[in-house]
Design a binder for this molecule. Sequence first.
Ligand code: BES
Ligand code: MN
Ligand code: ZN
Length: 496
Amino acid sequence: MSKRPSISFAKHAPVEGNTAVLLVNAEGKIAAAAESIIGAATLSRIINVSDFKGKLASGISTIAPADVQLDRLVLIGAGDPDKLKADDWLKLGGAALSKVAGVKNISVILALPDMEVTAESAAEFALGMLLRSYSFNKYKTKKNKDGEKDYHSARITIHVADPQAAKKAFAQTEAVAEGVILARDLVNEPANILGPIEFAERIEELKKLDVKVEILSEKDMKKLGMGSLLGVAQGSSRPARLAVMQWNGGKGKDQPVAFVGKGVTFDSGGLSIKTAGGMEEMKGDMGGAAAVTGLMHTLATRKAKVNVVGIVGIVENMINGEAQRPGDIVTSMSGQTIEVLNTDAEGRLVLADALYYCNDRFNPKFVINLATLTGAIMIALGLHYAGLFSNDDALADQLLEAGQGTGEKLWRMPLGPEYDKLLDTKNADMKNIGGRYGGAIIAAQFLKRFVGDTPWAHLDIAATAMGAPANEYSQSWASGFGVRLLDRLVRDNFES
Ligand code: BES
Ligand code: MN
Ligand code: ZN
């Protein structure tokens, strides 16, 4: 895991050090707690001569006034504080961090006029700082060149009204940061380094957090009849794995909640080969599995009071002489047969067996799968929303609400028999593709055939897990999408 700045909390007090960070609202006002650092007259001069007007997540770095023991002053706009919502506190933290690259000692005065900054907001602010500080630079032999910023040795003190409460809340969000960063690290890692075996090894490290981990080999999967998953893996010299993670923080008899992830460590398309351009980002085709792994890390670290199962199917979709051919028919663990007409529609083949296995073995309260499943979802929704498909309105609503809380936007997509029948084929129970239109929906219909009556939701995160637009708290190609969302879903609805 990459090195992170250290964050602690303290009471409001006169600050020293290198740099102080203050919040300024859209009226150009600061809290009383910040007035010892900058007077109203100086502040209004800055606002008058600069572009900085206190707009949400805007910022300015300036030399500190002569009468304080500081080098630098950073002002961060909080906009209209009454309207702060969703991920806005993350954005404030991220914006603040972006202004202090290379600074050793940073004091944040986390206060605003006429409002109380809650411990939860302070913890989210700190989370925003941690997530902003992430960069995937382990393969850069020359560090800190080309504007690469260094935040890692920063010591940050966040001054709040109630440091004890903030510290407690931060213990939770720090666990979230670790999960998001783990997911980002896994997705950013290139496929020559991270194949199925290596991914499974990374998952085994969760044992240190008292997560129960089982890694199923190809032999195990063959015994279980996972012909659908194994068909995808058969063209790679690197064997498939299925990882089963369990965190039992709930009551002994409580039915678990379950998360399943697509873990294609590289998707060449197989014999239905992708174009060169289409392959460039396919090291990230395990974003769903990375999110599930990151989530399990978070839940175990913060000792969530819930029983959770995380299952990820890990394969490499390659082309050697053994590779699956278009037209091959495979038998899934469910017994249903599949005509594989396009070897590039492989994610659904992996998930079919992983979902069925999950339900069959664990009978979960619900199962949510995450997958970088279709290019079609990117066409449908662009880069800002993940597609949500579900057979259960209550679960879908809980997910939508969690997304509104974390800023991980979801848009519910339709399912229906009209789409389902596009999967019919003369030669087997179904085919793995269904024509030109509505590709993301057809993929979801395919998955639905493997979940029975269990409440189920599928998140198509092809657009949001990788290559999503950067924001105040993510500058990384891999976003870690889904970890905060599902942590929030569990925290708000399923902990005892
Ligand atoms: N992994 C891809 C989906 C994808 C594409 C994710 C671009 C992220 C960026 C998936 O396995 C795939 O190839 N899907 C095909 C399905 C088609 C063959 C029915 C697609 O979307 O083109
Ligand atoms: Mn594919
Ligand atoms: Zn894929």
